[in-house]
Design a protein around this ligand. Sequence first.
Ligand code: PNS
Length: 159
Amino acid sequence: MERIAIYPGSFDPPTNGHIDMVERGLKIFDKIIVAILINPSKKSLFTVEERKEMFKASLKNCPNIEIDFFEGLLVDYVVKKKAHVVIRGLRAVSDFEYEFQLAMMNRKLNREIQTVFLMTGLRWVYISSSIVKEAASFGADVSSMVPESVNKMLIKKYS
Ligand code: PNS
């Protein structure tokens, strides 16, 4: 049986930490589905299509990847994709509280789905989409923190 894991998130935009997670996930699972949340109530910098394109460009050498969108409950999407695992990244202890709550809620909603936490590489522990956006909005060079396609898009958005 193919071991499929769903990697959900906002990814506004994808960072090197997210790419690192996908690469680590592929060492454990046969296929990773990156699932970008469609959330009209949350103000985002990039459209979901832009986020998908940036991910695609950054992962073009990665086999066994699908990049998709989802809306509504994550557990429903996991079932729809015939998967049983959700992967989430943990950077620092501060991530734990929210991730624990999310994992427990998802378990309550569907006991068949397991959440697997992967630790990001040490190089990326301080990086988040929000902090990268903030730095880029003030003209900082974030090229070492995000894939090239994302860096180009950030420069375009903030120029
Ligand atoms: O990158 P993020 O914003 O931390 O990702 C959060 C995400 C998308 C994983 C989470 O908000 C989510 O799964 N949203 C969909 C609705 C849902 O199922 N929520 C959890 C149970 S109520």
